[in-house]
Design a protein around this ligand. Structure first.
Ligand code: NAD
Length: 361
């Protein structure tokens, strides 16, 4: 049976990095006989230009049938003047909500050859491997009531609402426990249960789930302490699960521990494990079209797609190992080069060639 991978190259450096990840997926398909079928569609600025909408109907149809989706990035200065509701980024929000992608997985892994690129001392981060599971479809970014209004006394006020139902907490909790079970067996739930009722419920539901996952060690941490611990002793964490707002902030802190945005993959999954996989970085208009973009975050996103949506863990392991190998060979794109002896600075396509060579070793 064919399995369909939808490629959404998007804008800026998106097409360049997706091209390299596509080669790697083709390699995995041939080696492990995965029967992959690739489709391609427009999302973001390119979709506005060609189809008149950031998330066109044709893309929606292909996305609804795909087993996994690989996105480059969307957005750029060309579309910055459009009203907020018509901008490329709306296409991304629309596809996430259309597919009900409520579970965001953001691994922060530091390949040992890049330990000096981190903002922390290398002994604190060398070998770092943390997975942040962020709730993506609820919480304060979506809660009602919201808005800016004028009170009866004439004073303007802004309001947002942090709201989670028990069911919403349970479904993200379950994904996080399952992820922890497949890794080091430790799950830290991050909340602010000393002050916010919404996270008191969050903590209660996590506790109740832990009965079902007795092989996973559950702990709790307040978000302010978690932010501190991530920069003090990040290797203490295995899997972190948290709400939309806290996850947004903590995952960016964890990202910086690894030194470069060009190395970070992500996945957003729904209950059927169909997912949208994308690098954490944006469309980098400053380096688009000049063969300077680091394709490794997108290649690692393709590895996540194989692992989480296609159950092809062996292929994912091979790809992650190949990335580690090219770094050990001293291959670097400009963003991760440190000027150390033995490094060779490559462009996007040559870095893709190096990963293909490492896969064929
Ligand atoms: P960005 O991530 O695109 O770029 C930030 C900096 O990192 C730039 O200097 C860029 O050159 C560098 N960089 C990013 N990816 C790189 C890579 N793979 N290799 C080497 N260097 C890389 O963030 P930004 O400049 O704030 O945003 C640019 C555009 O991207 C905006 O239109 C923004 O809305 C959009 N954006 C899209 C997404 C997405 O599609 N998920 C995410 C963030 C930003």
């Amino acid at each position: 049976m064919n399995r369909t991978i939808l490629l959404l190259p998007g804008d800026g450096i998106g097409p360049e990095v997706v091209r390299e990840a596509h080669r790697v997926l083709n390699w995995a398909d041939a080696k492990y006989e995965l029967n992959l079928y690739f489709a391609e569609a427009n999302l973001g600025g390119v979709a506005i230009d060609r189809d008149g909408a950031a998330y066109p109907e044709a893309t929606r149809e292909l996305a609804s049938e795909a087993d996994g989706i690989l996105l480059g990035a969307v957005g750029g200065p060309k579309w910055d003047g459009l009203p907020a509701a018509d901008r490329p980024e709306r296409g991304l929000l629309a596809i996430r909500s259309d597919l009900d992608l409520f579970c965001n997985l953001r691994p922060a892994m530091l390949f040992s050859d890049l330990a000096t690129a981190s903002s922390l001392r290398s002994e604190l981060v060398s070998g770092l491997d943390v997975l942040i599971v962020r709730e993506l479809a609820g919480g304060i970014y979506f809660g009602e009531p919201r808005g800016i209004s004028v009170r009866a006394d004439g004073v303007r006020e802004g309001i947002n609402t942090d709201r989670y139902s028990e069911g919403e907490i349970r479904r993200i909790g379950r994904m996080a426990f399952e992820a922890a079970r497949k890794r080091g067996g430790r799950l830290c739930s991050v909340d602010k249960a000393n002050i916010l009722e919404v996270t008191m419920l969050w903590r209660e539901v996590m506790e109740s789930l832990s009965v079902e996952f007795s092989d996973v060690n559950l702990s709790h941490m307040y978000v302010d302490n978690a932010a501190m611990q991530l920069v003090r002793e990040p290797k203490q964490f295995d899997v972190i699960v948290t709400s939309n707002l806290f996850g947004d902030i903590l995952s960016d802190i964890a990202a910086m521990l690894t030194g470069s945005i060009g190395m970070l993959p992500s996945a957003s999954l729904n209950a059927d494990s169909c997912g949208l996989y994308e690098p954490v970085h944006g469309s980098a208009p400053d380096i688009a079209g000049v063969d300077k973009a680091n394709p490794l975050a997108t290649i690692l996103s393709a590895a996540m797609l194989l692992r989480f949506s296609l159950g092809a863990a062996n292929a994912a392991d091979d790809i992650e190992r190949a990335v580690s190998t090219v770094l050990a060979w001293g291959m670097r794109t400009g963003d991760i080069a440190s000027g150390m002896p033995g490094e060779r600075v490559l462009g996007t396509a040559a870095m893709g060639d190096a990963v293909m060579a490492a896969l064929q070793e």
